[in-house]
Design a protein around this ligand. Structure first.
Ligand code: ADP
Ligand code: MG
Length: 238
């Protein structure tokens, strides 16, 4: 069970309030897609949930446990970034298991988890390669694999496909959909691609200037946008 409860969090950078009193409940096993214009605070919100950024006020609970002050490693949250920072000198296998190495997971367990993740992401034949020998799509699969091996209770993906060209992105979308079905873990997925949002989401969260404009199923938002901003955003081309 992994329910995320964000309770009236505020984030300020000096005099600038980026997120004013935002609340959101993400249910166990839900695939939640976060959309909104550039600079509206999507990445900041994910970094806050992951513990990479502090909050000015409010609470964050995971399965009821208050993790607002917890270190990133203690939260059981994994994050995949837009620019997947793989270690260039390490093999795919070591890249995927490195987080577990640091956490002093026993070697046989690391092997088992890495193999399991590689199987899910069809990376088994690439385990011996280095990042420089992979395509963009393969590299992103390794970055996702690295997150999976940690068996996170919450999985955050920040525009993971936006660095890929259009053709690769379509293929990776299928990959993400497969992963969603297989992992059935709680996920928050940031994208500016409307097709991605509409096809992948259980619920879509529309953000604007640090606030949530509307939360609903893709159909809800499409058929019953609550305001002009949501209508304009959902209706506009990607
Ligand atoms: P998004 O991911 O939706 O494009 P971000 O979360 O990256 O938006 O940024 C939200 C706002 O916070 C932007 O106005 C950005 O300039 C600001 N911001 C982000 N990080 C910092 C920082 N470290 N210091 C000051 N302002 C920041
Ligand atoms: Mg961002």
């Amino acid at each position: 069970m992994s329910t995320l409860s964000i309770e009236r969090i505020t984030k300020r950078y000096g005099a600038l309030t980026v997120i004013p009193e935002l609340s959101l409940l993400v249910r166990d096993g839900e695939f939640c897609v976060l959309v909104g214009p550039s600079g509206c605070g999507k990445s900041t919100l994910l970094r806050i949930i992951a513990g990479l950024e502090s909050i000015s006020s409010g609470r964050i609970r995971l399965d009821g446990e208050d993790v607002s002050e917890a270190e990133p490693i203690e939260r059981g949250v994994a994050m995949v970034f837009q620019s997947y920072a793989l270690y260039p000198h390490m093999t795919v296998e070591r890249n995927m298991g490195f987080g577990l190495e640091i956490a002093r997971t026993p070697r046989p367990d690391i092997r088992e988890r890495v193999t399991g993740a590689a199987e899910k992401l069809r990376l088994l034949r690439l385990l011996g390669r280095r990042p420089g020998e992979l395509s963009g799509g393969q590299r992103q699969r390794v970055a996702i694999g690295r997150a999976i091996t940690r068996k996170p209770r919450l999985f955050l993906l920040d525009e993971p496909l936006s660095n890929l060209d259009a053709a690769l992105r379509v293929g990776m979308r299928v990959e993400i959909a497969r992963l969603k079905a297989e992992l059935a873990s709680t996920m928050i997925y940031v994208t500016h691609d409307q097709v991605e949002a509409m096809t992948l989401a259980d619920r879509i969260v529309v953000m604007n200037a640090g606030r949530i404009e509307q939360v609903g199923s893709p159909l809800d938002l499409y058929e019953r946008p609550e305001n002009l901003f949501v209508a304009g955003f959902i209706g506009s081309p990607a």
